[in-house]
Design a binder for this molecule. Sequence first.
Ligand code: BDR
Ligand code: CA
Length: 293
Amino acid sequence: MTIIIDTDPGIDDAIAILYALHNRAQNIVALTTVAGNIGLSVTTHNAGRICALANVDTPVHAGAAAPIGKKARPETGIHGNDGLGGVVFPDPLRAPDSQDAVGAMIAILDANPPQTVDLFCLGPLTNLALLLERSPKSAKRIRSIIAMGGAIDEPGNVGPKAEFNIAHDPHAAAAVLAAELPFTLIPLDATRQLRADAAYIKALQDTGRASAIASAALIDAYFAATNGAESRPLHDPCVPLLAQHPELFQIEPRMLDVDLETGALIAGPYHVQVAMGLDADGLRAALLAGLSC
Ligand code: BDR
Ligand code: CA
């Protein structure tokens, strides 16, 4: 699989990226960054730090610093001042690439045969919407998009029905749905089922492997920010896990749109594959194994 990861790291983004970078079946050719959990310069720097921890120098391309047609939401603070919960990461092995995120997406999509490049979206969908605007022909060459975002039956996490990634840039999400690309969405309904508790943190630490130990520290920081919780959801890791283990997810077709006012998903005319459930034990084991190699 040839993959671009579009991301706003972010504690759970970092765990997802580490898993994907260690997975030989997932050839990550670029990380493209977007403002979301924290500002663009920090998400871009963090993407480089995460690659350095995994000892790879995958190119990082900075993307959109602000959502389309709407002011950025205030940062929630849950990912800490540095976006990675204060967990120590090495400095990037290389500076961000001079090519911007959308330019890099276009170059990668046009250089590879059609329907061979997959996109993992771990943050607001701003860069993908800008790609659709700048080069719809290149976007048509994407084989699959897997995105974490939205809430279907579950309550939202930034509003009664609104989830952060969609609500941060609802115009972008609406443009992406309207394009009817091969799009699988993993909403809170599924990601809240994949949880890490203290025993899982210990299992990660016990592996003695750098990426697993860093992931344990990231989850720990996530606990600290949400005092009292016995377990925390691992939202973004669901994306590379679904690409690797589709058999561990329950996926159904839905017809959706985005309410531009609230950022909530609503019934609409656009076809989307939606992961509504998952095998949490199977996926926790797969994540642990992937982070330990
Ligand atoms: C999503 O929002 C961000 O805070 C997380 O990184 C994840 O992508 C969960 O709603
Ligand atoms: Ca994210």
